[in-house]
Design a protein around this ligand. Sequence first.
Ligand SMILES: CC(C)(COP(=O)(O)OP(=O)(O)OC[C@H]1O[C@@H](n2cnc3c(N)ncnc32)[C@H](O)[C@@H]1OP(=O)(O)O)[C@@H](O)C(=O)NCCC(=O)NCCS
Length: 332
Amino acid sequence: MSAVRRAKISALGRYVPPKAVTNYELAKRVATSHDWILERTGIVERHMVEPGTPTSELAAQAVGDLLRQRGMEPDEIDLIVLATVTPDMFFPATACIVQNKIRATRAWGFDVSAACSGFLYALTIGAQFIQSGAHDKVVVIGADVMSGIVNFEDRTTCILFGDGAGAVLLEQSEDEGFGILDYAHEIDGSGGQFLYMPGGGSLNPSTHETVDKKMHYVHQEGQPVFKYAVRKMGEISRQVLEKNGLSGDDVDVFIAHQANLRIINAAAEKLGLKEHQVVKNIHKYGNTTAATIPLAIGDAIDEGRLKKGSLVVFAAVGAGYTVGSVLSRWAY
Ligand SMILES: CC(C)(COP(=O)(O)OP(=O)(O)OC[C@H]1O[C@@H](n2cnc3c(N)ncnc32)[C@H](O)[C@@H]1OP(=O)(O)O)[C@@H](O)C(=O)NCCC(=O)NCCS
């Protein structure tokens, strides 16, 4: 029997806008404090674009970084899968805008909407095209400009989010047993009522009234989202591990969506993980939605925590609800 053709992450690129906004600065705009934000979320600062900078710009910068790291040309890319909830426009897809910006002349592509789980869903989709043999070089991007859709008068949401982008290259893994091994994904639409942006879509097309009612901003009930995330982040990771005869003890690196430090810690605890197994960078970037996981992969690489052969579990929970976990044996 021939060996399974697997996808591996073979390069990574990142971009965060230069402007950092501290908790102290936000406390000048809404009734909050550095101590409250740090204690409840773990966030110290987040980066934000200058107004008018679109998601495609951050994504293109991240792919540019990736191409430099890998030493490859944009016309070698076969497919672009871009996860975002803040597309430049409803259409065309932001993947098309990025393809044009980076001159990936041979690539096709599309956007994936799965909020904070978006990067893992896009990673799973991209991996299928490598596994099937259809493509050799797939770029998976997670990019969001959350500062464009949060209400800076709502202290319960505006403190949480930041802007950023990350991209990975998927190629065929030459080494048996290395690369993306498995995934577990779920959606639960009954949770949609707790985190959503009601205005601007076909349900509530934009009018003066929808804008007056602030329907073009993120709406969230924090507590149910928090409880669901704590439960499902651990559950879905355990599911993908057990399916492969593994447990928390086998995990070298746990890279979870960075939404709240307390959610990450609770999920890690449920898996029986120790501090050295868990990657945390929420203090620097806040919740950048689809970008948190590639940004965290970047930090894990910088810190020398990802080595060839490391068993990595990625996990995310997001609006939808969307839930996902990907199991990978790091391949470079
Ligand atoms: C939003 C979140 C940080 C709020 O933390 P919390 O501990 O649940 O806080 P609560 O909502 O219970 O609010 C506690 C109090 O703090 C207040 N508060 C809320 N935001 C505040 C802020 N930025 N600064 C100061 N006080 C704040 C509330 O008004 C409330 O006051 P009250 O007790 O007088 O009513 C938390 O619910 C959370 O992280 N939820 C998940 C969010 C998330 O991850 N979303 C993305 C999913 S991928």
